[in-house]
Design a protein around this ligand. Structure first.
Ligand SMILES: Nc1nc2c(ncn2[C@@H]2O[C@H](COP(=O)(O)OP(=O)(O)OP(=O)(O)O)[C@@H](O)[C@H]2O)c(=O)[nH]1
Ligand SMILES: [Mg+2]
Length: 273
């Protein structure tokens, strides 16, 4: 693992109202997408720093990231040995940013599905929240260019997670997010073992259970135009099984000898327009 400017990461310059911001972008084979997304982030939120977490992409994404970092002091790169999943990449990225004292940590895909122009609105929502989810499934949001089958899968996964976990979040699998650094510290984010889409569910659940304020902000999600999706059957199966496991454990935990089961209270999340 290597990184540039290891302990002098936070760049000087104007601060966002929520403090210093690190935009974490995990990459695996995103050669054609990386430069455009970094450039769009830098335009949308000039004060923020960008951390690319690359899992030794065979297509050379890591070298492209290094070149961006050489010419722009706001860009940093974390190289990892090999593909270990989006969850593991984010855990490494969170650790990097928490160690350097950033106040707000952003999750963003490299493939252009998450529009950096919407980031100021998400950061604004963080002023009154602990976790902001850019949501595809609240009024005002839109999903472009996804086949019907992907929309159905995403909605079904979210309904399943909501029912199994009692988690009042419409887009618990969504990966466009902003966390307060303190939120990640308080929910033990560095210890999260989930990897694929259930990584997102896991963190949302931990935040809600810890009494953190979770706010959903509508976004316009656009399917990737270039490169290949890393979504796989095993990621779907992992999410299905983990959510079932968490739901069963939570229900068993509620039933003590001589007691009736009562619904677990998970704080409601807010939705902002
Ligand atoms: N570092 C790292 N990044 C990954 C890994 N798997 C996926 N990513 C990145 O995570 C982001 C989301 O991956 P996608 O393939 O777009 O998956 P998705 O957005 O969940 O699924 P689609 O909607 O099908 O695109 C992209 O920036 C990927 O390059 C991984 O194993 N390691
Ligand atoms: Mg994607």
């Amino acid at each position: 693992m290597s990184q540039r400017n290891a302990y002098s990461a936070i760049s000087s310059g104007p601060r966002n109202p929520t403090g210093t911001v690190a935009v974490i972008i995990p990459t695996f084979n995103e050669r054609d997408n990386l430069e455009p997304i970094v450039s769009r982030v830098r335009t949308a939120v000039p004060a923020a720093d960008v951390l690319v977490v690359d899992d030794n992409s065979p297509d050379g994404t890591g070298e492209i990231a290094d070149n961006l970092a050489v010419t722009d002091g706001h860009v940093f790169v974390l190289h990892r040995a090999g593909k270990a999943g989006i969850g593991a990449a984010y855990i490494a990225g969170f650790g990097w940013a928490l160690d350097r004292g950033y106040d707000a940590l952003v999750e963003m895909d490299a493939d252009g599905s998450h529009d950096p122009a919407e980031l100021p609105r998400l950061l604004h929502a963080l002023e009154t929240a602990d976790l902001v989810i850019g949501s595809r499934w609240v009024p005002g949001s839109a999903v472009r260019n996804w086949p019907r089958s992907r929309k159905i899968l995403s909605r079904a996964a979210n309904t399943y997670a909501r029912l199994m976990l009692g988690l009042d979040v419409r887009d618990a699998t969504g990966g466009y997010r902003v966390y307060r650094a303190d939120t990640l510290r308080s929910i033990g984010a560095r210890q999260v073992a989930s990897n694929g889409h259930c990584f997102q569910i896991d963190l949302a659940l931990r935040a809600a259970q810890a009494g953190q304020t979770v706010t959903e902000v509508p976004i316009t999600f656009v399917d990737r135009a270039r490169g290949q999706s890393k979504m796989s059957r095993s990621i779907v199966v992992e999410a299905f099984l983990r959510v079932a496991q968490w739901g069963i454990v939570a229900r068993l935990g509620r039933i003590r000898p001589g007691q009736h089961a009562s619904p677990r209270r998970v704080p409601s999340c807010r939705r902002s327009a």
